[in-house]
Write a protein that binds this ligand. Structure first.
Ligand code: F1P
Length: 338
């Protein structure tokens, strides 16, 4: 099939338009004040839980205030392990705005008068109607089950939210360059993604990311699972040596989402995996297999890791004769009887 016929391909390739809209929507929003809350919690399910992991790391790094990520199901069923009697800001993230666990968790949070709610979504749905601050990025809407353009649009939105709530307007200003840089990265490295994606000698993928990049590693890991039914796992860089690297041999790909701040330590892990026979794919601002060359501060350019890794999963899916638009066993939204 012509790859242009897949919704997933069109959604990945057009995602920077949704990044731009995300910035516009957040800049037009009246956001809460960080100092009004003792803690902030980010929540979502599946991809949007992984987004929450990155969001909590970004928020704490930028504001210096405690932040935590918890899945919608955990916030609903085990809130006693998450919430305190202190005033809390809850940021609920959901592509559909209708996932049962997330909706029910927010309903419970509000009924218990725990604090205020920010919703980040691509659809103005039931979740948005419970929001004190409602952020909807319509250009992130998509047909495919596996989140790509939607996830990236919400990631840019939450990145801008963290920067604005930290009072770092210069970071929000720098983010304006992201859509253009994103298009450049896609143009320069799509063939690289295709080459690795279409090499079916590889039978396992490991995604290494630390700090704000760990949630991104979890997300691209999920893309590889959902679209290609391949064994894959995310790890913090330094954790990989403590057992999981036993799985590395010539049919393994180890993707490293390198940071500037800890590049020396992270790059050493990758060089050791190469010695074990693994194929390494390094993503970084510069001097890597995929270089962003963005000149955008590290804390607000995390979205740049996504497009090439989404394309890698897409090309592998098609090469394996699967349909990336409709992953096995999955629906676009999980609705439960609660
Ligand atoms: C949550 C979610 C996705 C997952 C799949 C099913 O949806 O679990 O994260 O990848 O698409 O739905 P949402 O709450 O973000 O709409």
């Amino acid at each position: 099939m012509n790859i242009e016929t897949y919704h997933t391909y069109k959604e990945i390739k057009s995602q920077t338009q949704a990044w731009a809209q995300a910035l516009d929507v957040v800049n037009a929003s009246h956001l809460p004040k960080a100092g009004d809350y003792t803690q902030i919690i980010f929540t979502g399910c599946g991809s949007t839980y992984y987004l929450s992991l990155s969001a909590a790391a970004m928020y704490q790094e930028l504001t210096g205030r405690t932040a935590r990520a918890v899945s919608g199901g955990e916030l609903l069923l085990n809130s006693q392990t998450v919430l305190t009697d202190q005033k809390t800001l809850l940021v609920a993230i959901s592509r559909s705005g209708t996932t049962t666990e997330t909706v029910k968790a927010v309903e419970k949070f509000k009924s218990e008068k725990r604090g205020d709610v920010v919703v980040i979504s691509n659809y103005d749905e039931v979740l948005s109607r419970m929001a004190d601050v409602n952020i909807v990025i319509e250009k992130g809407q998509e047909e495919s089950v596996a989140q790509t353009r939607s996830f990236a649009s919400m990631f840019v939105a939450v990145t801008a939210l963290c920067a604005k709530m930290a009072g770092r307007d210069e970071l929000v200003e720098a983010m304006k360059e992201l859509p253009g840089i994103g298009n450049s990265v896609i143009g320069r490295y799509e063939e690289y993604a295709k080459a690795i994606g279409e090499n079916l000698d590889f039978d396992r993928f490991y995604f290494l990311g630390s700090g704000i990049r760990y949630g991104l590693a979890c997300e691209v890991n999920l893309k590889m699972k959902e679209m290609t039914l391949t064994h894959s796992e995310p790890f913090h860089f330094m954790e990989f040596r403590h057992g999981p690297m036993s799985m590395v041999k010539q049919n393994a790909v180890v993707v490293g989402m390198l940071s500037d701040a800890n590049r020396t330590h992270e790059a050493k892990v990758l060089s050791e995996m190469k010695m074990l026979g693994g194929t390494v794919a390094a993503f970084a601002e510069s001097e890597a297999d995929v270089c962003f060359e963005s000149n955008i501060p590290e804390s607000v350019r995390g979205v740049l890791y996504l497009p090439i890794l989404q394309l890698m999963a897409f090309y592998r899916s098609v090469k394996k004769g699967l349909n990336p638009d409709c992953p096995a066993n999955l629906t676009a939204v999980v609705k439960l009887d609660f």
